[in-house]
Design a binder for this molecule. Structure first.
Ligand code: CO
Length: 360
């Protein structure tokens, strides 16, 4: 294990995690990625009309054009109404929250001019609810965000309908190699792609590399399909954060992936059947380089690869994920070592030392 690399993975993960980039409002994430790539020699870099950042490193002689995707957005909410009394904010979810965990959470709200404000999600106090109300999950439409400000103050600081925000939890390091923080889905994939670009920018591989930092994944992979159309790849990998359910009360047969076993390679999820030849290039090279990996159990979740593989004439695709507990909650937990081995697996996939010959 290269300690220096773990440090650089951790630093980047912290910086990426703390940025707010709700679906459709990913500009702060895109700007951060651009700043990371400033002095690197890439052949092309542009932001497409839907806000995805696309980067190309031309290959030396290979026939394949490999697309590597990670999404810039995170799930969040949008202000839908400001209560005239008390300045409480009603909100709608953007992306798939687990409604059970929202009450009492700290949030950050972003104004149009980029200022951040704190709040807390509340509902009718428990003392005033009936027993049957306490037994059922409170609906999001019955919740509100309390910013501690009056409606006049809310208006004065630029919070209005359409403002977005997200649950906020600080980045924390556990003893060992575990870390905790918000939006690891999919800032982890971005971390992997940034390390990959840094490795190959000055040293282009045989195949051409097409990177998509895609917008709007959490609302149905809306940014990735047009990105794939523009990049015109011959194969694609989505880099994701996926559910590790290696916790009490979950049967092994129902546990999609595990922390500490390296990257998880998808076989089938709800959005795609992974292409067997793309998986062969992943698996043979992992074995060749002795990189730990495991197969994600079917058929949980869906990713941008579900949209990418159906663009143009069809693009053979798969998904490589870093296992993560408590995904789509205010704070998730993962292992820096699993990110490290994911970066190594992607590098091995690109270099292809096992010489798995697939051309589409
Ligand atoms: Co994701």
């Amino acid at each position: 294990m290269e300690i220096k690399k773990l440090e650089s993975i951790k630093t980047l993960q912290k910086e990426l995690s703390e940025i707010i980039g709700v679906s459709g409002y990913e500009t702060p994430v895109v700007k951060f990625i651009q700043s990371q790539l400033e002095n690197l020699e890439v052949d092309k870099m542009w932001v497409d009309p839907l806000g995805s950042l696309l980067v190309v490193i031309e290959g030396q002689e290979g026939k394949n054009r490999i697309m590597l995707d990670a999404h810039t957005d995170e799930i969040g909410f949008m202000v839908s109404y400001v209560e005239p009394k008390g300045g409480f904010l009603r909100f709608v979810p953007i992306g798939g929250w687990d409604t059970r965990i929202l009450l009492g959470q700290a949030v950050k709200i972003l104004t149009d001019d980029g200022k951040e404000y704190h709040g807390i999600i509340g509902s009718k106090p428990p003392h005033l609810t009936t027993e049957s109300e306490r037994k059922s999950v409170v609906k999001i439409s019955d919740m509100y965000i309390d910013t501690g400000m009056s409606s006049d103050e809310v208006q004065a600081c630029g919070i209005s309908i359409g403002c977005v925000g997200t649950l906020y939890d600080p980045f924390i390091e556990f003893p060992g190699t575990m870390i905790r923080g918000k939006a690891f889905d999919d800032r982890t994939g971005i971390n992997v792609l940034l390390h990959t670009i840094k490795e190959f920018a000055a040293n282009p591989p045989s195949d051409t590399l097409l990177f998509s930092f895609s917008s709007q994944e959490e609302v149905g992979g809306r940014g990735a399909a047009p990105a794939a159309f523009s990049l015109d790849p011959t194969m694609a990998l989505a880099l994701e954060n996926t559910t590790a359910a290696d916790v009490p009360s979950v049967k092994d047969s129902e546990c999609p992936t595990y922390i500490g076993k390296g990257p998880a390679i998808s076989i089938a999820d709800r959005s795609m059947l992974a292409h067997p030849l793309v998986n062969r290039r992943l698996i043979e090279n992992a074995k060749y380089e002795k990189i730990p990996y495991h197969m994600k159990k079917p058929i949980f979740g869906g990713t941008n690869a579900g949209r990418i593989h159906q663009t143009r004439g069809g693009i053979p695709s798969s998904v490589v994920s870093v296992p993560c507990r408590y995904i789509h909650s205010p704070t998730s937990l993962l292992s820096l070592e699993d990110i490290f081995y994911t970066i190594r697996l992607i590098s091995a996939f690109i270099h292809n030392p096992a010489r798995v010959s697939i051309a589409f």
